[in-house]
Design a protein around this ligand. Structure first.
Ligand SMILES: [Zn+2]
Ligand SMILES: [Zn+2]
Length: 342
């Protein structure tokens, strides 16, 4: 690796080049390391920077690369090299942590096939090799929030005891004061900071397992698309706060389970300390276009969890009903022949 000689900052694109053959080296989730698909060598990567200093010029082929406002990693449309934009992964945009892709394209394609194989009314090419090859891996920007909270609950609980003695039924209701104080620490509540990724989908694609979280390294981006955060942490924090509050209230509720009824007198979730950190999480995206409509599928690049609804082909449905009808007609004809013979 040759990090030392390069300027740390600048409006530049860079990419990882193979020391053996000059090809574009990418991060391989299957091999858990850098891999050159051209000469099949592993760990032969060196960081190569562009010469012009312009963000939009591919450092490999000098082609003009279209760069969206929030993109920090993309693919050159001319030479197919995966480029990373220094100034969008450095300074205030440097992610503190990330989960590198654990599932490669082939594994992801297989998961989609396994899940939707039984959808017999989906269009024929929905799971075709050519269509599935269009899927792209994205590093989605997330804010992770930590909270130190003091939670308290005051209430009145009742326990009801019923018994029978002789021919009489007795009911005894005891009333208890409930007081709970809990210090709850929340760590890394994730909220996506991408405008193009739908919030509900990003919530559904969770959870991510943090045991595979590592400090940020630009090389993990090679082979994928990536975005820097689209909005500062303060702008999306409300979503984290409401997730945290719902969790805290659930934990409080669980702590006073066992009463027949509980009346809340006061409840408080107070944040003593909070912090936010920026990181990237891996998501595969497959957009299937059918009859001028887009069907997006998102796959958690760590766990393989799929979010998306299979398209419905009217043609295949009609064909299926048609086949059924043809079978019924054939059976009826056969019956008529048989009955005629009797
Ligand atoms: Zn190579
Ligand atoms: Zn290029």
């Amino acid at each position: 690796m040759c990090f030392g000689s390069l300027p740390k900052k600048g409006k530049k694109g860079m990419y990882f080049r193979c020391k053996n053959c000059g090809g574009n080296v990418v991060y391989s989730p299957e091999k858990h390391g850098m891999y050159c698909p051209f000469c099949e060598s592993e760990g032969s990567d060196e960081r190569a920077a562009g010469q012009t200093g312009a963000l939009t010029v591919c450092p490999n082929c000098s082609g003009e690369v279209p760069v969206d406002e929030h993109i920090c990693a993309t693919r050159c449309p001319y030479c197919d090299s995966y480029l990373i934009f220094d100034e969008r992964v450095e300074g205030k945009y440097e992610p503190r942590m990330m989960i590198p892709f654990q599932m490669g394209r082939e594994t992801c394609k297989q998961s989609l096939r396994d899940k939707f194989r039984k959808c017999r009314f989906a269009p024929v090419d929905f799971l075709s090799e050519a269509r599935l090859n269009s899927m792209q891996g994205y590093y989605v920007p997330y804010w992770f929030y930590d909270y130190d909270t003091a939670c308290s609950f005051l209430g009145e609980g009742t326990k009801v005891k019923v018994w029978v003695s002789g021919n009489k039924q007795y009911t005894e209701t005891s009333v208890y004061n409930i007081s709970r104080n809990m210090d709850i620490h929340f760590e890394k509540i994730p909220v996506d900071a991408s405008l193009q990724m739908p919030d509900d989908v990003m919530d559904l694609i969770a959870p991510f397992h943090y045991n595979q979280m590592t400090p940020f390294q630009a090389r993990f981006l090679s082979g994928f698309y990536g975005e820097k955060y689209n909005m500062p942490s303060g702008e999306v924090e409300m979503r984290a706060r409401s997730l945290m509050k719902a969790d805290a209230e659930k934990l409080l509720r669980e702590s006073y389970a066992g009463y027949n009824s509980v009346k809340t007198l006061s409840q408080d979730v107070r944040v003593r300390e909070s912090g936010a950190a920026y990181g990237l999480l891996p998501v595969w995206k497959y957009i299937y276009r059918y009859k001028e409509q887009e069907y997006p599928f998102y796959v958690n690049g760590q766990t393989g969890k799929i979010v998306g609804t299979a398209p419905f082909s009217r043609g295949r449905f009609v064909a299926y009903v048609g086949t059924l009808w043809a079978c019924c007609t054939a059976v009826l004809a056969l019956l008529q022949i048989l009955l005629g013979l009797l």
